[in-house]
Unconditional design. Structure first.
Length: 292
């Protein structure tokens, strides 16, 4: 462990993994609440076009990916609001159009090839630069500010849009903000986890936390803890075993989900039995109560 920390590229990778482990589940909890767990996949595919555009314009692929994926996520949300196209079809457009656009643009770039996209598709700890770390930290802080600062409003919109609209919340603006926040989260995660696997990091820690918690706030907190654990552990494992970091992180997240589910199932059954026993004890009193 100490040997690993002597290398600057691993220090940068661990800092990036820490920020990603916090930010991804913080946004993913809202996507899971809205039953849009695969939205990150669609954004990841269209972010590929942004990465390729960065190579074509000879500029930072991270920032072009942020812009393109944010525009794509907003477009998908607007289609859901105004168009007759269903949400799943809008996701399909992101999937196929994003991937095709990325491959086309990277081949049009002067020094571009499909090999340039591999590190963005699957992640690579050796390619995380100081500039990347600065960008990841800055954007992750923005993501957390939105996810935590507006948690009550976002939760209300994700739970019941009609009720949120009646209470006076700007539902449309909040949905667009959530879409952009998800897009930013995907792009900041692509250097470590990879665009094809980042959606799993946004969803699996949340799903694991839901097995052990009941309230939204505790689910949010525990999912962030799980996200940090799997990202740091997966990054360390990728160094020790010389395996891809994205695959390591996702497999550890799945393993954590299985462990939490196995441990939480008996607890959930015990709670259900206690609740049933309490209801049974109170039944005779209700039956003997006077009738008005």
């Amino acid at each position: 462990m100490t040997e690993m920390l002597q290398y600057e590229f691993m220090q940068r990778a661990l800092i990036a993994a820490l920020m990603i482990g916090v930010a991804a589940p913080a946004v993913g909890v809202y996507l899971v609440q809205r039953r849009q767990a695969i939205m990150g996949d669609g954004i990841g595919h269209i972010a590929l076009t942004g990465v390729a555009l960065g190579f074509l314009l000879n500029t930072s692929p991270v920032w072009t990916a942020v812009l393109v994926s944010s525009a794509g996520a907003m477009g998908m949300e607007l289609i859901r609001w105004y168009g007759k196209t269903r949400g799943d079809l809008a996701l399909a457009l992101l999937f196929y159009g994003g991937m095709a656009g990325g491959v086309m643009l990277i081949n049009l770039a002067p020094n571009g090839s499909n090999a340039n996209l591999v590190t963005y598709l699957f992640g690579s700890i050796t390619t995380v630069s100081e500039e990347d770390v600065t960008t990841i930290v800055g954007l992750s802080v923005c993501v957390l500010a939105v996810s935590i600062g507006l948690r009550r409003q976002l939760f209300a919109v994700c739970q019941d849009e009609e009720f949120a609209r009646v209470t006076g919340l700007p539902v449309r603006a909040l949905n667009l903000l959530l879409a952009v926040t998800a897009a930013v989260t995907v792009t900041v995660s692509m250097r470590v986890v990879g665009l094809l696997l980042v959606s799993a990091l946004m969803v699996i820690p949340v799903a694991a936390a839901q097995q052990a918690t009941r309230g939204f706030a505790t689910t949010l907190g525990l999912s962030v803890v799980f996200g940090v654990v799997v990202t740091l552990s997966g990054t360390t494992l990728s160094y020790e075993a010389d395996v891809p970091p994205g695959a390591s992180i996702v497999l550890l997240a799945i393993g954590l989900f299985v462990v939490v589910t196995v441990l939480a199932t008996p607890l959930a059954r015990s709670r259900a039995r206690r609740a049933a026993a309490g209801a049974g004890e109170g039944a005779p009193e209700r039956e003997g109560a006077p009738v008005a």
